[in-house]
Design a protein around this ligand. Structure first.
Ligand SMILES: NC(=O)c1ccc[n+]([C@@H]2O[C@H](COP(=O)([O-])OP(=O)(O)OC[C@H]3O[C@@H](n4cnc5c(N)ncnc54)[C@H](O)[C@@H]3O)[C@@H](O)[C@H]2O)c1
Length: 316
């Protein structure tokens, strides 16, 4: 029955909504084309392996910001599962933390850890280094984009150059890293997985912690995730594509970045602990399994998702 507010529609107007919805969602083109579907990669040899879906043997990964902190720890997680991992960071020589992790990597998982001096804001160097890693291995399977910087300054005092620097590393650097890796995954037809490190601070303003640009740069990473996932998720007729993109949003982690906040008196440790439902801060090791999950076929049906691991901080 027509409601008393409804007007009788013309034939053309009645047809239009259907046409619009078909075009908007792209159904028409997907029905017309013979789209190959992203294959679910079955285990080749499970043997007596436990949780073979997490096995990364023979797979090749890039981790930016992998010289220390969260990036390095997540890189170690991939190595422990058998991955061949290339860490990018700014320092010309690998930091001591990296050398220690590399020594641990020799303990028989089959995985390897390599260091490259690459600034993620330098597009040509980034593209070149990622292309040469992919060419050497004839594949690239994934990226963890963890390079990031932070600056605690009030919005009224933030210098324009500092805003641009922060966005250049935290947003543009993540974009460029993801794009350079996706280019090689498409090139070598590997159905890779990308994990962009965002933050719970991309969703909330941390009470009392004055970091307006950092927080909004992380919100941008969460939104970038959805858009890249949309662009690269489908298989192409030539067998490339099927790339998954997710973000990981950690809560407060005790890394050199955060230790610096405490040292400078920019953050109150007790208050941060109290903000978490678990009553404590996290350690980088607690994100290793999440990184492995996101980059392995254990998460094969997960894309465009922001995975929060924040001890419940954003939930109350
Ligand atoms: N520590 C936390 O509480 C926390 C919480 C949520 C998210 N994060 C995010 O996790 C990521 C890692 O942070 P962290 O706490 O380990 O910090 P960190 O400072 O200990 O490590 C960051 C690494 O990124 C590198 N880096 C910075 N700029 C770079 C550039 N232009 N090119 C290449 N490398 C660059 C640094 O040299 C450093 O090794 C960051 O994206 C950060 O925003 C951290």
């Amino acid at each position: 029955m027509l409601s008393r507010f409804a007007r009788p529609a013309t034939v053309a107007a009645r047809r239009q909504p259907l046409v619009w919805s078909v075009q908007r969602r792209g159904f028409a083109s997907h029905q017309d084309a013979t789209y190959p579907q992203v294959p679910y990669e079955k285990a080749k040899k499970v043997g007596n392996k436990r949780f073979s879906q997490f096995d990364l043997e023979g797979k090749v990964f890039v981790v930016t910001g992998g010289g220390r902190g969260l990036g390095l720890c997540m890189a170690e997680g991939l190595v422990e599962a058998g991955g061949r991992v290339h860490c990018f960071d700014q320092a010309p020589r690998p930091p001591k933390t990296f050398e220690e992790a590399k020594a641990r990597a020799k303990d028989g998982s089959g995985g390897t850890l390599e260091y490259h001096q690459v600034d993620v804001t330098q597009n040509d160097a980034l593209e070149e280094c990622i292309a040469s890693i992919a060419a050497e291995n004839q594949r690239l399977d994934g990226l963890i984009a963890a390079a990031g910087i932070q600056q605690v300054t009030s919005a009224l005092d933030f210098k324009k150059e500092d805003i641009m620097k922060m966005l250049e590393v935290n947003y543009t650097g993540v974009f460029l890293s993801a794009r350079a890796c996706a280019r090689q995954m498409l090139n070598y037809k590997t159905q890779g997985s990308i994990c962009l490190i965002a933050s719970m601070s991309g969703t909330i303003a941390n009470r009392g912690f004055i970091a307006p640009v950092y927080n909004s740069s992380k919100a941008a990473v969460v939104q970038l995730t959805r858009n890249l996932a949309m662009e690269w998720g489908r298989m192409n007729p030539d067998g490339s594509g099927g790339i998954r993109v997710n973000s990981l949003s950690p809560g407060h982690i005790v890394t050199p970045m955060v230790e610096e906040n405490f040292r400078r008196g920019e953050a109150n440790r007790e208050q941060w602990e109290d903000n978490s439902m678990l009553g404590r801060l996290s350690t980088p090791e607690e994100y290793k399994a999440a990184g492995l999950f996101l980059l392995s076929r254990a998460s094969s049906y997960m894309t465009a998702h922001d995975m929060k691991m924040d001890g419940g901080t954003t939930a109350w």
